[in-house]
Structure formats: structure tokens, C-alpha cells
Design a protein around this ligand. Structure first.
Ligand SMILES: *Cc1c(COP(=O)(O)O)cnc(C)c1O
Length: 230
């Protein structure tokens, strides 16, 4: 199956979910999650219209995207996987946005290295909302403190929140996970009222993006539904 065909089918499902939820397709961005995917396929996704890509490892992302981003100036690359502190320096140079900001020491490390950038580094705070998943801030109190810390770093620009729902067929659990993120955003926005800091709600993957759309996601992180072969 061609990447372009996968994207076309994905588009149909996204449109249907938008119709059901009374939302506009134009308010939702598809990120192609390209971890383990070779550059040729990423090119195919770009040619089919995708402009936003996500990788979970700094080294793999650098190997593929240092070249790709040079020749595709309008493409954007986000880090969505757990970041080790000693990789923060390289991450800052490569990624347009770090979605997986999940602990305070990382905030300071990213801030330190971002001072060399021309513009602040975009970041999202990852919130832990599913039982099985491990990453992300554990509760609203630590999330509020983390937000305060990021907002005090002039080299960082807070643009939203990210979560991963548990990997399960139980839609209630998935929905509850997404609702926790929406609830967290409300609290954060109440405390730090700036729309642009909370503009992005990154939730929904290949197996749960329709629920994520129903619950308000505006950034879908889609890997297998775009890049699978069969
Ligand atoms: C791999 C990954 C995705 C994409 O998963 P698929 O099920 O292949 O769509 C999304 N988000 C994160 C954080 C990931 O690690």
C-alpha cells in the first residue's frame, strides 16, 4: 500500500470524525510519526501533503532529517519520545518543537541550550493520563509548577500539552485519558491565561485518533496508519 493511499484513507476517517463531532477539518493537523521509517517513505508522505513529522529518538531523527529539512524548508519536526538530558543539546538544534517535556531537569537543560537559537524553542508539557504508559507529569500540581517554570524561561515557548492514551481496545479508558488532558488544559489556562500557551492539544494515534478528535485534539500523531505496508 502506498503512503499516499494510506493518507487518503486516513483523511476520510478524520473527516468523518470531524463531521460527527461538529468540528472543522482545517483545525486539525496530522503529524506523520516516522520513527523506524526510511526517508523514501517520509518523502512520499511529504509529497502527499504532510508537513509535520514526529520522531522519538534524537540520533535517528538527526540521521534522517538533517538532510531532509535542508531540502524541504516548510517541513517541521517534533520530538515525541522521551529525551535524555545529554541529548538535549542536539535536540534543540534539530527539532522545531519538543512535545515530550516530562520533567523539570529537562526544562532547565532545554532552556540552557536554546539560548543559541534565533527564536525560542517550542515545547509542550506531557501529561500522564493512562495507566500503562509511563512518561509525563503525574498530576495537575506538578504540571502547574512545570508550566510556571517553562513560562519563566525566555528561551522556551510553551505551545500546548501532549498525552498518550493507554494502549487498549477499551474506548472508555482512552476517552477518559483524553478528557484528563482537556481538563488539565482548563486548569492551566485558568492559572496562566494566555491562549497561545495552550493552543496545541497533541493527542490521538493510529488506534485512537477518532476518539481524540471527538475530545478536542488538534494535533494527531499518526505512525502505522500512514506508513504501514499491507
Ligand atoms: C509511535 C508513537 C506514535 C504513533 O503511533 P502509531 O500507533 O503508529 O500511530 C504517536 N505518539 C508517540 C508518542 C509515539 O511514540
Amino acid at each position: 500500500m502506498l503512503v499516499a493511499d494510506n493518507i487518503a484513507r486516513l483523511e476520510e476517517r478524520i473527516q468523518k470524525a470531524c463531521d460527527r463531532a461538529g468540528r472543522k477539518r482545517g483545525d486539525i493537523v496530522i503529524m506523520g510519526v516516522s520513527k523506524f521509517i526510511p526517508l523514501e517513505k517520509i518523502e512520499e508522505a511529504y509529497d502527499a501533503g504532510l508537513r509535520c513529522f514526529g520522531e522519538s529518538r534524537v540520533k535517528e531523527a538527526a540521521d534522517k532529517f538533517n538532510v531532509f529539512l535542508e531540502s524541504h524548508k516548510d517541513a517541521r519536526l517534533h520530538l515525541i519520545g522521551s529525551l535524555q538530558r545529554n541529548k538535549a543539546k542536539n535536540a534543540v538544534l534539530l527539532f522545531d518543537c519538543v512535545q515530550s517535556l516530562d520533567r523539570d531537569e529537562l526544562i532547565l537543560e532545554l532552556s540552557k541550550h536554546s539560548c543559541k537559537l534565533l527564536e525560542p524553542l517550542e515545547v509542550m508539557l506531557e501529561f500522564h493520563t493512562g495507566e500503562e504508559t509511563k512518561s509525563g507529569y503525574e498530576n495537575i500540581d506538578v504540571l502547574l509548577k512545570a508550566a510556571e517554570m517553562v513560562l519563566s524561561c525566555e528561551n522556551l515557548k510553551l505551545v500546548g500539552l501532549m498525552t498518550m492514551a493507554p494502549f487498549t481496545n477499551e474506548t472508555d479508558l482512552i476517552r477518559s485519558s483524553f478528557r484528563q488532558l482537556v481538563k488539565a488544559r482548563k486548569e492551566l489556562e485558568k492559572r496562566f491565561p494566555s491562549k497561545e500557551n495552550w493552543a496545541c492539544l497533541s493527542m490521538g494515534m493510529s488506534n485512537d485518533f477518532e476518539i481524540a478528535i471527538e475530545e478536542g485534539s488538534n494535533l494527531l500523531r499518526i505512525g502505522s496508519a500512514i506508513f504501514k505496508d499491507e
